[in-house]
Design a protein around this ligand. Structure first.
Ligand SMILES: NC(=O)c1ccc[n+]([C@@H]2O[C@H](COP(=O)([O-])OP(=O)(O)OC[C@H]3O[C@@H](n4cnc5c(N)ncnc54)[C@H](O)[C@@H]3O)[C@@H](O)[C@H]2O)c1
Length: 323
């Protein structure tokens, strides 16, 4: 069994590569290292079942050859992270739409099963709790750059479902909620690595907005377990599935928890969204997944606690000096 992982040198992709290799599968990882890094996968490069290809998924010739030699595809390559989305919109839109279009077209050419990573962002400003897969999208105005990421991922979902409906391509769409763990970088706006880094450096922990917005965080090893189970489940084909944790915490409480758990001297500093991003930035107050579908389909429930997530992120940063 040989799996192509696009974005395989990224945060989730590197963990998934490791999991698949441990299960005895062969992995080809294609990544342009735009937000991912070689360090994430350097420990795998001696494994004879692992191949890293430093390339963009826009290179159709290379991707075509790799897909023709693989059994399945996990498509994770994307331009990700709120800060990147706010500052580099053209890249985000081009990567997420053109990249997914390319990979779906080639997957269809060789009739290969493909799992596509989508996001909880597609629920937009819908204030329902929890979100289930058939809930409406509620996007803000296009003048607000924040929504472009969600719209690109929604288009990816439409396109994947269309390939399934029109050409019977086996596709699985996974809407990931906040996924966290070692190797994730705070550089592009991911909140837990950013807070842990600030705590370890005894800097102010910068909470954006009023801090009352809540999020649910799922450990990356739990997420990889769900992705692996879904990839091998015939029942998941043609489905959209939420994957994440439904344990909710406010961002202010998260900052306090990280200060306590890291025994940091940091203080909390509140920063308005306007200052952190740009005027008109909109955020969602809550984002809780309904995870009954993934449980029903593949009997998945996340097992790692928020304390374990914080511990693992801190431990990784201290061991590698990457903070
Ligand atoms: N981490 C989360 O909380 C989260 C939540 C929702 C959805 N997702 C989705 O999961 C996927 C993986 O996210 P992640 O958190 O690991 O982010 P990441 O930034 O670490 O991974 C994305 C990877 O894609 C690579 N990439 C980008 N453009 C590319 C291109 N043109 N060609 C080849 N490689 C390219 C990057 O270098 C990076 O390694 C993404 O599709 C993202 O939208 C993640």
């Amino acid at each position: 069994m040989k799996v192509l992982i696009t974005g395989g040198a990224g945060f989730i992709g590197s963990h998934l590569s490791e999991k698949f290799l441990n299960e005895g599968k062969k992995v080809v990882s294609v990544d342009d290292l735009s937000t991912g890094s070689y360090e994430n996968i350097s420990h795998l490069t001696n494994n004879k079942n692992f191949q890293f290809v430093y390339e963009t998924i826009f290179n159709e010739t290379v991707v075509d050859r790799i897909v023709s030699e693989c059994d399945m595809i996990v498509h994770l390559a994307a331009a990700v992270g709120v800060e990147l989305v706010m500052s580099n919109q053209v890249k985000v839109i081009e990567t997420n739409i053109h990249g997914t279009d390319t990979i779906l077209k080639i997957a269809n050419r060789y009739r290969k099963k493909i799992l596509i990573a989508s996001t909880s962002e597609v629920y937009g400003k819908n204030d329902k709790t929890p979100f289930s897969e058939t809930d409406d999208f509620l996007m803000g105005a296009t003048i607000n750059a924040r929504w472009s990421y969600a719209c690109t991922k929604a288009i990816d979902e439409f396109l994947a479902l269309a390939y399934h409906k029109e050409f019977n391509l086996p596709v699985i769409i996974v809407r990931l909620f906040n996924t966290v763990g070692p190797k994730q970088t705070g550089q592009y706006g991911m909140v837990i690595p950013r807070f842990v880094k600030q705590a370890l450096k005894s800097e102010n922990i910068t909470v954006y907005g009023d801090g009352n917005q809540t999020r649910c965080f799922c450990h990356v090893t739990d997420v990889c377990q769900a992705l692996s189970k879904l990839l091998y489940s015939p029942k998941a084909v043609g489905e959209i599935v939420n994957v994440g944790s439904n344990y909710e915490i406010t961002i202010r409480d998260l900052a306090l928890k990280i200060i306590k758990q890291t025994k940091s001297k940091s203080n909390i500093k509140m920063i308005s969204y306007e200052k952190a991003y740009q005027s008109g930035f909109e955020d969602m107050l809550k984002r809780v997944p309904d995870i009954s579908k993934v449980k029903k389909l593949v009997n998945f429930v996340p097992v790692k606690s928020l304390e374990e997530i914080i511990y693992d992120v801190k431990d990784y940063m201290l061991k590698t000096g990457r903070y």
